[in-house]
Design a protein around this ligand. Sequence first.
Ligand code: HEM
Ligand SMILES: *[C@@H]1O[C@H](CO)[C@@H](O)[C@H](O)[C@H]1NC(C)=O
Length: 491
Amino acid sequence: MLGSLFLLWAGLLLLYFLLKTRRPKNFPPGPQPFPIFGNLLQLNLKNPIKDFEKLSKCYGKVYSIYFGGRPAVLLHGLQAVKEALMTRGVEFAGRPQGLLINHATENKGVIIVNYGPTWKEQRRFALTTLRNFGLGKLSMEERILEETSHLSSYIEKSAGQSLDPKMLFHNAFSNVICAILFGSRYKYEDQSFQSLMRMISENTKINNGRWGMIYDTIPLIRSLPLPFRKMIENRKKVKAFLLTKVAEHKETRVPGQPRDILDCYLDEIEKRGNDGSSFDDGFMVALMMDLFFAGTDTSSTTLRVGLLQLMLHPDVQARCHQEIDAVLGEREQVCYEDRHRMPYVQAVIHEVQRYGSVVPLSVFHATTQDTQVLGYSIPKGTTIIPNLSSVLYEEGKWKFPHEFNPSNFLKEEGEFVKPEAFVPFSLGPRMCLGEGLARMGLFLFLVMLLRRFQFHWPQDGGEPDLTPKFGITQEPKPYRLGVKLRGQQSG
Ligand code: HEM
Ligand SMILES: *[C@@H]1O[C@H](CO)[C@@H](O)[C@H](O)[C@H]1NC(C)=O
């Protein structure tokens, strides 16, 4: 009796979940989800690339999978990505809510804030401020150039040997962000800065790893002392560090004469007064963390992909050397204007971004209202995953979709050209707001390094392994960078 009651109950429960995870009407197709887990058990979570490849082959340009009870729609190829993120931009400009990352960030900042007035305000402020730092003394360009010279001097110590560029590049780009945010940089050996960096990357790992997935799928366990607690602890420490910077700035600032973004933000808080907008100390610190988080890993990983490709393609590197030498002549220092006379270097940087596809699935979006894409209906609040890699490698859009080849960005006569399918910064209202900074940084760092050094695959480097590591930012396997000083061929 008790047994059959239990069976009935279990049966009803199962039915409930089966019904719950049934696809809405005219929803994009996909594999049948299991109760509770959705399609998670059908994926190899450590490296799901192969599984996703199969799914998109099977279901086409728009398909859906279930993370637990939550459906997500994947967009594959330029047509689908463009229709959603650009043509219907606002309808696709939300962010998924109720996830670990939302809790850890208290829903502040820009990146994960849902579409609405707060996001608009914070984004507009960040964009204009970054743009205004393009001009004047202590401009973005000067701050980047200062960092490139520190980096060069540091690398020079390894001339004739090899080094692991990972932490080094990470520190260099973090310093650029620090300089723009609050006007200081840190020595590459600085211990307390290193530990901050570690906390930030630890958080990325927790969020993107198994625990983030479990937190996001199974709400019941959220109050347990599991590793995602660590994420919140880490964030508190980074916040405490930033708050010391805020306190310093409040003491030393001259209103109306900002030295950096932090000063600009303090000016903005004053200007706004009590107008009901979101500008306050909490949002300021959250924005600073977002810029850190979004700006360092992405840029430094791209540079790491770049030097790897240049080591493996000495002919491409030699052409860069030639072009840089011809344009700079006797000049020691490059400037950002020089890019117009360096179409080949520009093509190389773009090809590195294309081939590296450093943010392969963008940041997940969500629909802000009921909408559709390629004829399928998608309800409000559905998670949207734009597959940027699928556009960056799309057949028919590129001369050489599957190989590293700067000709993808060159016309016959050697002129630089940017195809429409170049979308590493995504598209539409949510598009990366640091694109300008990222491009300036990549150009100045790469040219300064190539001006001074020649890079080669070192003898102690083992066999090159080009399979990327899967993640929100996709990075190459660790490698060693062989360094030779240029212009001293005889020595
Ligand atoms: C090579 C370097 C970079 C790449 C490939 C990159 C790529 C991206 C991508 C794909 C997105 C998601 C866009 C979307 O949701 O559709 C994004 C968002 C964002 N990026 Fe970047 N990014 C880079 C560098 C930077 C830098 C240097 C900063 C600023 C310091 C930055 C700040 C942001 C912010 C704040 C967002 C969120 C925008 C929003 O939600 O409204 N990024 N980036
Ligand atoms: C995205 O597209 C790339 C290239 O087509 C493919 O290899 C990858 O598996 C896709 N990822 C997802 C999540 O669909």
